[in-house]
Design a protein around this ligand. Structure first.
Ligand code: TDX
Length: 320
């Protein structure tokens, strides 16, 4: 955004939980149009103080506890950050006035689709039907956002995107976890039989969709974002092995995720027709770029996999 809109002032509010890492922002920290604030979106005082100081005109809520496996272990923090945090942000928007509040949501609010029905896709009208504490917390937040639109006329939009991948992806998620493990010659833990399907989108294409929605999207509307790029987990892991020249013998099938969603697939017709959005990065190119990034930025993720994250990894994957 700073590159595309050099006259915009961008404020990043982040709690810097285990998943946050200030080094990710290194390239923009010295930009005079950028300000970083360490705070929790659930902290009403901190949020209101910031709104009073900066009077933002557009608020995009990217902040969320986002890892399904963690939500199965400890649901409550997901309810706090994802639902209460959303309410606090929107209350500040009401109090200080806003041109747009945008909620970054997920395709997981629609639940899953059967593997043997490739003709079915999630549209914006698909009923919410969640599977995990994570997706339930995101669906709860979405309903609250639409309620603030109807009740208070808050100018909101929502985007529901499919699985993202790309640089700076925290290595608890499938693709960066498999890249990091493969580079360290560690086992590649595939849940169940690895036949679950996800619809992968390069992160920059997601960001471009959000940019279009906040500038041109219609208030009160939901936009699905996805690139028609469905892949089975096992095929992704095999591809990563191939690209890195590692043996598929590293692949280890482990106990399945509880309530594991089978297939996600987005129908992006609405955002394409209304806002002209189309994904630009093909998966074959995006995955190569992503692997290259993890090879070139080892210090970024090695620091993470050697820190607090290691305890989580031991807990989740040892004896699985
Ligand atoms: O070690 C693993 N082994 C494995 O087989 C991990 C971490 C995952 N998986 C499987 C589970 C899923 O079928 O890979 C698939 C992708 O898993 P995640 O990367 O955890 O993503 P997912 O559960 O699909 O959710 C993601 O996409 C939607 C994000 O984490 C969510 O925040 C987003 O809303």
């Amino acid at each position: 955004m700073l590159e595309k809109y050099p006259d915009y002032r961008i404020i990043c509010l982040d709690k810097l939980t285990y998943a946050g890492n200030l080094s990710t922002l290194k390239s923009v920290m010295d930009n005079p149009n950028f300000r970083f604030v360490k705070a929790d979106i659930c902290d009403r005082n901190a949020v209101e103080t910031l709104f009073a100081e900066e009077k933002p005109d557009i608020v995009v809520n990217f902040a969320a506890e986002s890892h399904v496996d963690r939500s199965i272990e400890t649901p409550e923090i997901f309810l706090q950050t994802n639902i209460i945090g959303t309410a606090v942000l929107m209350d500040a928007c009401r109090k200080f006035g806003i041109k747009r509040y945008h909620q970054v949501s997920t395709d997981e609010v629609y639940g899953d689709l059967p593997i043997d029905r490739p003709d079915l896709f999630f549209t914006e009208n698909t009923p919410l039907h969640t599977s995990s504490p994570y997706s339930s917390s995101k669906a709860g937040a979405d309903l609250l956002v639409l309620a603030y639109y109807r009740t208070y006329n808050l100018p909101v939009t929502i985007s529901r995107c499919s699985n993202n991948y790309g640089p700076y992806h925290f290595p608890e998620k499938l693709i960066p976890l498999m890249i990091a493990n493969a580079l360290n010659d560690k086992p590649l833990p595939v849940y169940g039989e690895g036949i679950n399907v996800r619809d992968w989108l390069y992160v920059k294409d997601h960001c471009k969709a959000i940019d279009l929605i906040i500038h041109n999207g219609k208030v009160g509307e939901v936009y699905n974002v996805g690139g028609h790029n469905e892949m089975r987990n096992i095929d992704i892991v095999k591809l990563i092995c191939k690209e890195l020249g590692k043996s598929e013998d590293l692949i280890t099938f482990v106990k399945d995720r509880k309530g594991h969603d089978m297939r996600y697939a987005i129908d992006p017709t609405k955002i394409h027709n209304e806002l002209g959005w189309l994904p630009e990065t093909k998966f074959e190119d995006g995955i190569k770029k992503t692997i290259r990034w993890y090879l070139d930025n080892r210090e970024w993720w090695e620091e993470i996999v050697s820190g607090e994250y290691r305890n989580y990894y031991e807990k989740m994957y040892s004896n699985r």
